[in-house]
Design a protein around this ligand. Structure first.
Ligand SMILES: Cc1ncc(COP(=O)(O)O)c(C=O)c1O
Length: 406
């Protein structure tokens, strides 16, 4: 190797490998410039096209673009009239947005423990909770201890692997509950041939910077229910009867009514310009993520790590590659520190919500309430995973873990 070649190789080895970084090409850049030069930068034609193409990809009737998954989750609850006195069942092993929006509506998030293998809400635990702790009078399900009426289940597809939707939907059917999919990690995933986005009544997606499809910040809500879609669209923009495109465009009209006190959750055309091309690239992104996951599976076998479990009948979107450290000698935190020393980023998904101060203070949760989520949390970390990772990057992580754990 030449001197210059050696220098390049050394530089590559030493450079920081982030946990995640977005992947853009000329297409996104040109489309953003197109939006800027068009004179229309907020919600308009590109957002409309993004919604139509997203709905076609998912195979649903309505897709409504919003500025985050948090906004989509909030609007889902608003459209379902979930509020004071209501309860939403969900997992503690999620990002706080899933439960925070329930609180924003005045309702109560009630957590149910996860499966130890996929880290998704356990259908078995859910049924056990409903039968043990709730009262069913033939039309309403209430939590016996508080009298709160259970209205919905938010199923978070952790890391991009769909939840046990048959079991969850069956419980929902048995007790008149609505299923909301939190598909923040799972755009492009499917379960028994059905796409995430069509597996519950309402589904929410995130286009945050590190997600499989990104618009920097952004989100999408999908549904086949006309009434939910109409309500979400209205409430996503102040509750006013016409959006800006219908007021300011050439054949628009200035008049509008305020039908309800809505929110400011609309997506910009600049973000949609990025999203249009990310959507087209999504199958390729997921294929590359899967190839990286396969390489990790092969390269990490035999180390004191629990690798991801993939259940049959589902297509994983591979947003995350989580491993649990089972070494008697090295802790999860030490692995993170050791990776950092080797210039490799990682992350932890998630700190269970019942261990956070707000959820303890507001709802009385305590350590020990959800043992599977807690044990998983103590040992889990997410390795770098993004489509732009080279095979060399993946090998670097594998070699580092062999070095740290052997
Ligand atoms: C499971 C889950 N739900 C919801 C969200 C919120 O997404 P956003 O940042 O688009 O609001 C996230 C964000 O990371 C998430 O991981």
């Amino acid at each position: 190797m030449t001197k210059a070649g050696t220098a390049t190789a050394t530089k590559r080895l030493d450079s920081y490998l982030p946990f995640s970084t977005p992947c853009f090409g000329l297409e996104e850049k040109e489309e953003v410039v197109g939006a800027l030069e068009s004179g229309w930068i907020t919600t308009g034609p590109r957002t409309k096209r993004f919604e139509e193409e997203f709905a076609a990809m998912v195979g649903c009737k309505h897709a409504i673009a919003v500025n985050s998954c948090t906004a989509a989750l909030h609007l889902a609850l608003v459209a379902l009239n979930i509020g004071r006195g209501d309860v939403v069942l969900t997992t503690p092993f999620t990002f706080c947005a899933t439960a925070n929006v329930v609180v924003h509506c005045g309702a109560v998030p009630v957590f149910v423990d996860i499966r130890p293998d996929t880290y998704n809400l356990s259908g078995e635990r859910l049924r056990e909770f409903v039968e043990r702790a709730c009262e069913w009078n033939g039309s309403h399900l209430t939590v016996r201890a508080t009298g709160g009426r259970v209205r919905a289940i938010t199923a978070v597809h952790y890391g991009g692997q769909p939840c046990d939707m048959d079991e969850i939907n069956e419980i929902a059917r048995d007790y008149g509950l609505t299923v909301i999919e939190d598909g923040a990690h799972a755009v492009g995933a499917s379960y028994k041939g059905g796409n995430v986005g069509t597996l519950g009544e309402v589904s929410c997606f995130s286009f945050y910077a590190n997600k499989n499809l990104t618009t920097a910040e952004g989100g999408m809500l999908t549904t086949n229910d006309d009434n939910v879609a109409a309500r979400v669209r209205l409430m996503s923009l102040h509750g006013i009867s016409r959006d800006a495109w219908n007021r300011y465009a050439q054949d628009g009209s200035w008049w509008y009514d305020v039908e309800a006190p809505g929110y400011k959750y609309n997506l910009t055309d600049i973000a949609a310009a990025i999203g249009l091309h990310q959507l087209r690239k999504l199958p390729g992104f997921i294929a590359r993520r899967r190839a990286i996951a396969d390489k990790y599976n092969a390269g990490l076998a035999g180390l004191p790590l629990i690798l991801p479990t993939i259940l049959p009948d589902r297509l994983h979107a591979w947003h995350l590659y989580p491993v649990q450290v089972t070494s008697a000698r090295v802790t999860r935190n030490q692995v993170i520190e050791q990776l950092k020393l080797r210039n490799i980023g990682s992350s932890v998904h998630f700190i269970p919500l019942h261990l956070t101060s707000y959820y303890q203070r507001a709802f009385g949760y305590r350590p020990g309430d959800f043992p599977v989520a807690e044990k998983t949390y103590e040992r889990i970390l997410s390795l770098p995973l993004f489509p732009g990772m080279t095979d060399h990057d993946v090998d670097r992580v594998i070699e580092a873990l062999h070095d740290i754990l052997r």
